[in-house]
Design a protein around this ligand. Structure first.
Ligand code: FAQ
Length: 311
């Protein structure tokens, strides 16, 4: 009976049917999705911090309005994703607790500092660019609520990416100091962005099973290569140099070859020892504590309305 259920489930996956919340699913499929979707939600929420750092210092009213809207979009993405995770039978409070007490992961990239305004350009161009490369295939993920959340999120991310590239373009067409600032941001963000795609395929413990379940449509290394191929010409158009002496176009394969990634740095960031891990967690905990009264007030208001409706 149990084996039959698993076989029927896998057949639905092969037939490209979407799995919906009330459908039977293997416990391991459910756990994998809760893990990935909650990590993704946490990344959106923690990802507000590096850019939030620049909202009060954006160089013009127009830049400030765009950045404010982008950071608000990220909050919205986090909320859609927590809602998608909740359809799998977990409570949002528990997921948030896991983040705040350090049990849950979020993307390594958000543990790097935003030192200058050019970092806001680099995040939009590179971090959102990497996020889109990874997320477009997730629009076809086998789990319906996650796939549908990704469609809207990807539309907003592509706008964010263009916003970031346009900041870079403005700086690169500006004074020598502005161009140098853009170059410095690229130098610092390039390698961490390549790490966003996760460990190499040979060390990616979840990839094989997630590919069989059609949660992942491309491997970590495949997406990393697609990102490099798409981004290098954009950087050259800006007149910038990539911080990789081994970066070279391979005419035979049509791909840009790149140098070795420092996986020890990646391991250190995941272990909590990146440049900003402690600061990010402290800021999240403080923000959560400072928002307690809002949650209490919202609950009291909802309770009052419910009592009034039933009276
Ligand atoms: N950072 O076996 P795999 C954004 C972990 S975009 C930290 O390959 P999997 C938008 C992985 O969780 C960023 N941990 O794992 C934005 C696993 O650990 P576990 C968020 C990482 O799941 C832009 C272990 O390593 N996007 O937020 C990282 O098959 C600008 C083994 O790895 C998503 O989350 C990493 N970089 O593949 C916001 C996309 N890489 O769970 C603000 C959805 C790997 O066993 C501003 N997620 N790990 O303890 C995915 O596509 C996948 O989860 C991967 C990893 C591809 C990230």
């Amino acid at each position: 009976e149990e084996a039959g259920r698993h076989a029927r489930f896998q057949a639905r996956i092969e037939a490209e049917e979407r799995i919906e919340p009330n459908d039977w699913m293997p416990e391991a499929y459910r756990r994998t999705l809760v893990r990935q979707i909650s990590q993704h939600a946490h990344s959106e929420i923690v990802g507000m911090l590096p850019e939030g750092n620049w909202i009060t210092r954006a160089p013009s009213l127009k830049r400030k309005a765009a950045l404010l809207a982008k950071v608000q979009d990220e909050a919205g993405h986090g909320l859609y994703l927590y809602a998608a995770a909740e359809t799998l039978g977990v409570a949002r409070e528990d997921l948030v607790d896991q983040l705040l007490d350090g049990r849950a992961k979020y993307s390594s990239i958000f543990n790097y500092p935003t030192l200058t305004w050019a970092d806001i350009g680099a995040i939009g161009w590179l971090v959102d660019g990497a996020a889109i490369m990874n997320q477009i295939p997730l629009c076809r993920c086998s789990y319906g609520p996650y796939a549908r959340a990704m469609i809207r999120i990807c539309k907003e991310e592509s706008f964010h990416q263009r916003q970031g590239y346009e900041i870079m373009l403005t700086l690169c067409r500006g004074t020598p100091e502005q161009k140098a600032m853009a170059q410095d941001a690229l130098n610092r963000w390039w390698w961490p962005c390549l790490m966003m795609f996760g460990p190499p395929d040979s060390e990616s413990q979840h990839s094989e099973q997630s590919a069989r379940w059609k949660i992942k449509r491309f491997s970590n290394d495949e997406l990393r290569q697609k990102f490099v191929d798409a981004t290098v010409p954009q950087g050259h158009h800006l007149g910038l140099a990539f911080p990789d002496p081994e970066l070279a176009y391979d005419a035979e394969t049509g791909h840009w070859r790149f140098g070795a990634i420092d996986w020890e740095e990646f391991r250190q960031v995941l272990a909590g020892n990146g440049p900003c891990n402690r600061q990010r967690m402290r800021q999240r905990r403080d923000a959560h504590a400072a928002g307690a009264w809002v949650r209490e007030a919202a609950l009291a208001h909802a309770g009052k309305r419910a009592r009034r409706a039933s009276a």
